[in-house]
Design a protein around this ligand. Structure first.
Ligand code: PMP
Length: 343
C-alpha cells in the first residue's frame, strides 16, 4: 500500500461503487429499457444524465490543461469538500487541520462527518503559518485545508509556501482556489501531476458567474479522482447543469474578471478615505475585507440602503470587519454613496 492509499478510510478503499445500467452495457443501443425512466421526453430530461460527465469534462480538460483522469466535477466545490472528509476521515477518530479564518464549510463539513477540525490562526496580516500548520498534525491527521486567495481575508499566499506545505504535510493538502481567477498569483493545479497528496479545488461559481448552476471542480492524482468518483452520488450533476455549463463555456469570463479587478482596486483606493474605515486589507479575490469602527451598525445602515454585505466581525481574526463583494460599477457607486451619507 502506498502512502496515499494508507490515508484512505478502509471501507472506502475496498468500496464497490454503484454501477449504472448504461455503464455495464456494450454496443450502441437505441432503446432504453434499463433504468426505469419514462419513455416520454417532455422537456427533454426523461433520461438520467451521464454520471461521468464525459463531454463537459473534455471541455474542462481543454480549458484547464489537465487530462480528464485528473478532474472531478461536483455539485459545487462544497461537494468536493464533503467528499474529502468522507473518503479520508474515519468519524470520531481522524482529524483535519485548517487555516483560520477561512471558508466556513471546512468546519461545517467536519462537524457533519464527526471529524475534529484543528484551526490554526493565520499570522500578522493573515500570513500563512507554515510551521504551526505542520505542528498541528498528529498520527490521526488526514487533511489540511488551505484557501488561496483566502476567504474572508482576500490574500493569496506565496506559491512557494503552499508547495512547501504540500511537500512536508503528512496527509492530503486540499488547496481551495475558488478565487484564483482574480489573482495574479495564478493556480497550482498543474502540480497535482507531481504531487499525489495535493487536491486543488476550483469553481464556476465566482469568476465564471455560474453560482446558480452548482459546478465545482477538483484536480488531483488519478487515484484520488477515482475515489471521489466512486463515493459521489452517481448523478451528481444534472443533465440541465451539464448542458448549460457547456453553453456558458463557449464565452470567456476574461472581460468580466478585468472589470471586477479594476473595480476592486477602485474600492480599495476609495474606502480608506472614510473616517470610520480603519483598514482595508489588500485582496487578490473579488471581495474586500474592511475593518470599520462599528461593524454591526454599518451592516444595518447598508442593509437599510438595500445592500447586503457579509458581517464577519465575530469571526476569529476579523473583529470589526465586513466582507464586501465587488459588484458592478453602478452597484459599487451605490455602496460608496451610502458610505458618504453615513460618514
Ligand atoms: N470555497 C470557497 C473559498 C468559497 O468562498 C466558496 C463559496 N463561498 C466555495 C468554496 C463554494 O463554492 P461552490 O459554489 O463551488 O460550492
Amino acid at each position: 500500500m502506498n502512502s496515499i492509499e494508507a490515508l484512505v478510510r478502509p471501507n472506502i478503499r475496498t468500496l464497490s461503487p454503484y454501477s449504472t445500467a448504461r455503464d455495464e452495457a456494450k454496443g450502441a443501443p437505441d432503446v432504453f429499457l434499463d433504468a426505469n425512466e419514462s419513455p416520454y421526453a417532455g422537456l427533454g430530461y426523461n433520461r438520467y444524465p451521464d454520471p461521468r460527465q464525459k463531454v463537459l469534462k473534455a471541455r474542462v480538460s481543454a480549458l484547464k490543461g489537465l487530462p480528464a483522469e485528473n478532474i472531478f466535477l461536483g455539485n459545487g466545490s462544497d461537494e468536493a469538500i464533503d467528499l474529502m472528509y468522507r473518503i479520508f476521515c474515519t468519524p470520531g477518530r481522524d482529524n483535519a487541520v485548517a487555516i483560520e479564518p477561512s471558508y466556513g464549510m471546512y468546519a461545517v463539513a467536519a462537524d457533519i462527518n464527526d471529524v475534529e477540525l484543528r484551526p490554526v490562526p493565520l499570522g500578522a496580516d493573515f500570513a500563512l503559518p507554515v510551521e504551526e500548520l505542520l505542528a498541528a498534525a498528529d498520527a490521526n491527521t488526514k487533511l489540511l485545508f488551505l484557501c488561496s486567495p483566502n476567504n474572508p481575508s482576500g490574500n493569496a499566499f506565496a506559491p512557494s509556501a503552499l508547495m512547501e506545505l504540500v511537500r512536508r504535510f503528512p496527509g492530503i493538502v486540499v488547496l481551495d482556489e475558488a478565487y484564483a481567477d482574480f489573482s495574479a498569483k495564478g493556480s497550482l493545479r498543474a502540480a497535482v501531476r507531481e504531487c499525489p497528496n495535493l487536491v486543488v479545488l476550483q469553481t464556476f461559481s465566482k469568476a465564471y458567474g455560474l453560482a446558480g448552476l452548482r459546478i465545482g471542480m477538483a484536480f488531483a492524482d488519478a487515484y484520488v479522482i477515482d475515489l471521489m468518483n466512486r463515493v459521489k452520488y452517481p448523478y451528481n450533476l444534472s443533465e440541465a447543469t451539464q448542458e448549460l455549463a457547456l453553453k456558458a463555456l463557449e464565452t470567456s469570463p476574461e472581460e468580466n474578471i478585468r472589470e471586477i479587478v479594476s473595480e476592486r482596486e477602485r474600492l480599495f483606493q476609495a474606502l480608506p478615505s472614510f473616517p470610520f474605515v480603519r483598514k482595508v486589507y489588500p485582496s487578490d479575490a473579488n471581495f474586500l475585507l474592511v475593518q470599520v469602527d462599528k461593524a454591526d451598525e454599518l451592516y444595518e445602515v447598508l442593509l437599510s440602503g438595500g445592500i447586503i454585505v457579509r458581517n464577519r466581525s465575530r469571526v476569529p481574526g476579523c473583529s470589526g470587519c465586513l466582507r464586501i463583494t465587488v459588484g458592478t460599477p453602478a452597484e459599487n457607486d451605490r455602496l460608496l454613496q451610502i458610505l458618504c451619507n453615513y460618514a
